[in-house]
Design a binder for this molecule. Sequence first.
Ligand code: GLA
Length: 735
Amino acid sequence: MITYNEQKRIFKLDTANTTYMIGIIDSESFIGHIYYGKRLKEADASYLLRTEEPPFVPSKNNRERCAFYDCFPFEYPVGGMGDYRESCLSIRTAGGHAGAMLSYVFHEIMPGKPRLEGLPATFGTEEECETLKLVCEDKYVGMQVELIYTTFHDTDVITRSARIINAGQEPFYLTKVYSACIDMDNRDFDMISLHGSWARERHIQRKTLGYGIQNVSSFRGESSHQDHPFLALVGKNTTQEHGEVYAMNFVYSGNFRAQAEVSQFDHVRMSMGIHPENFCWKLESGESFQAPEVVMVYTDKGLDAMTGAFHKLYKKHLIRGKYKDKKRPILINNWEATYFDFNSEKLLAIAKEASGLGIEMLVMDDGWFGKRNNDDCALGDWQVNEDKINGGLKKLVDEVNKIGMKFGIWFEPEMISPDSELYRQHPDWAIAIPGRPITESRQQYVLDLSRKEVMDHVYNMVASVLKSANIEYVKWDMNRQLSDLGSACLPADRQGELYHRYVLAVYEMQERLIHDFPDLLLENCSGGGARFDPGMLYFSPQIWCSDDTDAKERLEIQEGTALLYPLSTMGAHVSDCPNHITGRMTPFETRGIVALAGTFGYELDVTKILEEDKKQIPEQVAMYHKYNDLIREGDYYRIASYSANHRFDCWQLVSEDKKESLVTYVQVLGSPNFKSRCILLKGLDEDLHYEVDFVQNTEAEFKIYSGDTLMKAGLLIQNPSGDFQARLVHLTAVD
Ligand code: GLA
């Protein structure tokens, strides 16, 4: 899959359908990006480096060296020497200077994929993937850079990262380190990104790519509700099924920048990495800095193929643990049911009722510890409040287990309330700028997890709660973004490391957690879905997608999320109406069908909801058990997008053997005098026949159609009457 042509000095990285090509040029051994696209048979496309065109390579025309730097497609550009496009790496030497330039030194091609020190990353065995390590250097600075590329055999994905090593005697500072970059000719691209807000995460945005710099980013200390660490450049005519897509997704949960720059020469530089805002990392002699991983996908088969590549990679080569390929217990969470106003009796009443309906796990959300009766206080005081939980946690958990349910619990380990015992004892444990009042958000501060004693203390508190009872699930929340960056322990010239050290500490804590409690089901959360990214997925197989559980709002949130992430990762619950966030009424049935496209659970007081709603729960539970394997493991196709057509939504899952499929159709607003809609299915076997079951239509006889007909002529769906109506269609091969 990875070859090196020694004579031409060309690396060719192949996946099943794509080729990525790198060349080394000139006596100075600059490393250039030749090509990324459809798989090439031949290895020689080095003319794309344009080293014979003016401005010539420096060895032939040193007079225009600066112009050469400004148009050469560097594989990993460094700033300060005359490439005026945005670089991937900026440094400051001990003398205060910034310029550097990388030249090839040596390379290694190896089976498998080395781990990235301290960071989440995709993985694979020696049979599943292959890695190229390209080592380059700037001898004036004494800096080595390792560019790491991995190709996977079972999916059209290439991952990239970079490691910067101080190979000299003097310390220097990294003021920007990106992880990946592709320089290529502009082909009239559009740019797709995911934009959002609290309760409105990851809405798909598509716009024209123009000259200059365009980027999406976060410097909120987490990947954020607002922008997502993802960027795709697509052809003007690219659709779900056709056209070119260049995509990058960042396996990281902190500050990021994803950028495209169109230069004066109509070249595009697409790059991704840690956001340089407030970033400054000191490298002493012999030290190294590992940049996080970028996942790159190229396809000429449209957005469905891009999604398929990401889903496959994340399902097989990122998510870990006991629940990686397993059905998750159907949970009921008490947050929207009770908020802070609960006690053991209330929780047990919910558990009893829920268990009788087929729900399998009770999750006790925020408010069970310290004096936490509202969100003003007690974060950090992780001792159970026995005024609420009468007789202690073990007693409650045992009783829930006796009812036949598992038990789960909420934590927000990264935070500290100013009104908490922990803060009164350790005011210096909060992230703060000395002498300045800390900016509050949800009346809480962020713990300085870069300090080992702080991390250890919080981890031990969480672990001791988990050891005290049979707790089988944790919801790990994070409800404010970082500000006022300052650590009481870092020296002045390392304060710029805090953002990244914080993220590394979160990773270390979660790694410890899943190592010490291997059977635990971990669900990450951040004020809903502000840290829904591949970094967190390495630790938890599911993430709470959004605090917004309104079935109509969820269509756009889940569509944007599923553009990259498998449905098995998306925390989705049925909640009560009027919806607590939007005030909207939607049918209970529709809320169930939309939540089925995620992990599936409930977030309501089952002792108080309407009888007619409650009656539907056992049916929804049965559907979950019937379809969840297909939803979790199947190939996902987007049939129609409500955000694009403003009328209806439709997605489909197809089993790997193509013998089973599930179609979900949601009519958002009813329209008069409009009887049926024909939708073209995808991913079926054209030579098989399928029995088509309109799941909610108990009267109808099953009809049989060929896969060929269903994909070319389509499936007729009778338009339901009313707004927010959802239909499920189940197809089973009969040949
Ligand atoms: C966040 C989460 C919610 C809930 C509350 C509790 O907003 O996203 O699901 O856990 O915190 O405070």
